[in-house]
Design a protein around this ligand. Structure first.
Ligand SMILES: *Cc1c(COP(=O)(O)O)cnc(C)c1O
Length: 375
């Protein structure tokens, strides 16, 4: 007898499809039998974690019998120093994804709306829909704009209604790599009514090196309705351990604390994050590797006549001018995993993360071969 599970689920969840992650290397190995795989699909740090973070994990293993510090005292103290904010402005998450979900759970009901841009991070939609609230997706800037596929801030302000409770902005944004200058973004935040919480997702903040870019954390002094999220998954190379956080007004942080799972950040994640915060050398090294990687990728695309979106992140969104799935498949057969973005409504693009020199070289050679045989 069949059982109608589909009928049981919450309204908002009905239309959802699960998040599509980059293909794990082990899966490619199982399915295609290829070895020596290069994964440039999930914007991970090709250097991995720094020595200090790895040592902290090793040291912490003996304490795994204990529950973690549910309040993350030490990590919050470090972050408080790092950002020059009060420790109680910080909310820790099992990845920043967890904080984004907490924000949605705390603020949204089926009567409410969340506003975000087309081609912005997939989790905003998932977190919003799961609460039964309505996602108001604002069309992105077109291909001819100076930041093609980027956020249209004016249109986003216009999309805010009485029902809006949350606005998500990724700066810089994934999967496009586009970014907003500090001045424009700050005046955007100022023009959002105070009954709306604005989330600025800074997952790639450490890579953003344009002088017009601004870290939004200090703005929480000016805007009580502002939340800024960060992650240890990207430049710190700790995607596997799950660690992220937000900085906001302490009262908002205390509201998030009501829905937060009591031990949502595991002890190894806390230990590793503390160590990573103190390891500037690793961050600098990672930035350098990324800069070289972006240059190499851009050069390759220029050479092959493939347009791409200017990026301030650790990836490049490349336009193949026709469905990119065959290129993705051909790269897989060569043991290289990049990211199709058809689920973002970008079937002609692939998102390619930067790797080490060697990995970039393999990607570039493979891409050249694939493009030549496909033409
Ligand atoms: C990678 C990424 C995150 C980080 O997610 P974690 O849950 O911290 O791993 C958040 N926002 C954006 C835009 C990202 O690309």
């Amino acid at each position: 007898m069949t059982y109608a599970f589909e009928k049981l689920i919450a309204e908002g969840v009905k239309g959802l499809v699960p998040y599509v992650a980059g293909k794990p290397m082990s899966e490619l190995e199982r399915e295609y039998g290829v070895k020596d795989i290069v994964k440039l699909a999930s914007n991970e740090n090709p250097l991995g974690p720094g020595e200090a973070a790895m040592q902290a994990v090793t040291n912490g293993v003996g304490d795994l019998g204990f529950y973690p510090d549910g309040n993350g005292f030490e990590l919050k103290a470090k972050l408080s120093e790092h950002h020059n904010v009060e420790p109680d402005a910080i909310t820790l998450g099992n990845g920043s994804n967890d904080v984004l979900v907490m924000l949605a759970e705390t603020l949204l009901t089926p009567r409410d709306e969340a506003v975000f841009s087309q081609y912005s991070f997939a989790v905003y939609y998932l977190a919003t829909q799961a609460t039964g609230a309505r996602s108001v997706i604002v069309p992105a800037l077109d291909g001819n704009h100076s930041t093609p596929l980027g956020h249209d801030l004016e249109a986003m302000v216009a999309a805010v209604s009485e029902r809006t409770k949350l606005v998500f902005v990724a700066n810089p944004n994934n999967p496009t790599g586009t970014w907003l200058d500090g001045e424009s973004l700050k005046s955007f935040v100022g023009s959002i009514p105070s009954h709306v919480i604005v989330v600025i997702d800074q997952a790639y903040v450490e890579y953003a090196d344009d002088p017009a870019y601004e870290d939004a954390v200090p703005w929480i002094q000016d805007f009580r309705n502002l939340v800024v999220t960060h992650t240890f998954s990207k430049i710190h190379g700790l995607a596997g351990i799950r660690s992220g956080y937000s900085v906001s007004h302490p009262e908002l942080a205390s509201l998030l604390n009501r829905v937060r799972q009591p031990f949502n950040m595991n002890s190894l994640a806390q230990d590793a994050s503390i160590a990573a915060l103190g390891d500037n050398a690793h961050v600098e090294r990672s930035k350098d590797v990324n800069k070289q990687g972006l240059l190499a990728l851009q050069e390759c695309c220029d050479h092959l006549g493939l347009p791409y979106i200017p990026s301030m992140c650790n990836f490049l969104l490349v336009d193949f001018g026709k469905p990119a799935e065959p290129v993705y498949e051909a790269l897989l057969r060569q043991g290289i995993i990049v990211r199709p973005v058809g689920n973002y409504g970008l079937p002609n693009h692939l998102r390619i993360s930067t790797g080490t020199l060697e990995q970039n070289q393999r990607l570039i050679s493979a891409l050249e071969a694939v493009i030549k045989t496909n033409d």
